[in-house]
Design a protein around this ligand. Structure first.
Ligand code: GLU
Length: 298
């Protein structure tokens, strides 16, 4: 990089898809919004492949990402970062959080979490609190395991995830958490982050030393991303990212949350619902220019 002071550095944007399915029009909107906003301020645009899910990510999906983006005519700067090649980076940062005493191993299976939540609901007669994505908050079963018991279970090879002890993490931070959100016109607002509503989030999965939240924070910092442009479906999760940045002493980028595309049934486009892929759109004879126009980028 030619310049080093933060004031004179070019803004850095990134598009960060996961190769766990085919990209759809919603991804085109996200990539094109990044392209437009980066272009408007003379920023760089990076491509990051978020492939930490070793069971769901596939090489053919990854190749399709490159094909789709090339077809759309989006040019990226610098080298592509593939998260699966950087597990050591995430392990190192995880170690820093562990050293703060705000991470604990959790041996619960999904079913055990469901059962513990159901038991709480019966006992209290009230619905158990849910996170912004609708999943029940972790009921804390493993939070109070003694270090000795946890170590013994790990030594015995018991599968476990690593969770953030949200209360302790927030106590470490002390004050309120906020970040800057920018609009298409560049106007900025301050948003308040409320990570507590996510409970004890998973920072490292059973099979890999990281999670979406941890790797996205580490990579945005390592790649010096200054502007994160992502869909509104990730707005609430940004609270966790801002908290992790604060805990790790990393800079918080500015954020822009773009609209989501919905299908005829009123649901947001999603790989999991097999929304029509960009490859299928292309096969119907639609041109990239038509997609740009349809999405408002012509
Ligand atoms: N990899 C994430 C996805 O495909 C998005 C990453 C982000 O913007 O933080 O949904």
């Amino acid at each position: 990089m030619a310049t080093s002071s933060p004031e004179t550095r070019r803004p850095v944007f990134r598009f960060a898809p996961s190769p766990n399915g085919r990209l759809h029009l919603g991804h085109a909107l996200s990539a094109l919004t990044n392209e437009r906003l980066a272009g408007a301020c003379g920023g760089e645009l990076l491509l990051r492949v978020e492939d930490i899910d070793l069971t769901r990510c596939r090489p053919d999906f990854e190749q399709a990402i490159h094909d789709d983006l090339a077809w759309l005519g989006i040019r990226f700067d610098g080298a592509v970062r593939r998260q699966s090649e950087h597990f050591d980076d995430y392990r190192t940062v995880l170690g820093r959080l562990q050293a703060k005493g705000i991470v604990y191993p959790c041996f619960c299976s999904r079913q055990e979490v469901r059962q513990a939540v159901a038991a709480q609901e019966v006992e209290t007669g009230r619905a158990w609190p849910r996170d912004p994505d609708g999943a029940p908050l972790y009921p804390g079963t493993c939070r109070s395991l003694s270090a000795r018991e946890a170590e013994a279970r790990i030594a015995a090879g018991e599968a476990h995830v690593l969770r953030l002890a949200m209360d302790r993490a927030l106590a470490t931070i002390g004050g309120a958490l906020s970040y800057r959100v920018f609009g298409e016109d560049g106007a900025e607002q301050v948003a308040v982050a409320e990570p507590a509503r996510w409970g004890d989030v998973v920072l490292a999965r059973k099979d890999v030393p990281t999670s979406y939240h941890l790797s996205v924070v580490v990579d945005d910092a390592l790649q010096r991303v200054s502007h994160v442009v992502r869909g509104r479906d990730l707005e609430a999760a940004t609270d966790i990212h801002v908290m992790l940045q604060r805990l790790l002493g990393l800079p918080t980028p500015r954020y822009h949350f773009h609209r989501l595309l919905i299908d005829q049934t009123g649901q947001k486009l999603a790989k999991s619902r097999l929304s029509e892929s960009l490859a299928d759109v292309r096969a119907r004879g639609v041109t990239a220019g038509e997609i740009r126009r349809q999405l408002g980028f012509a």
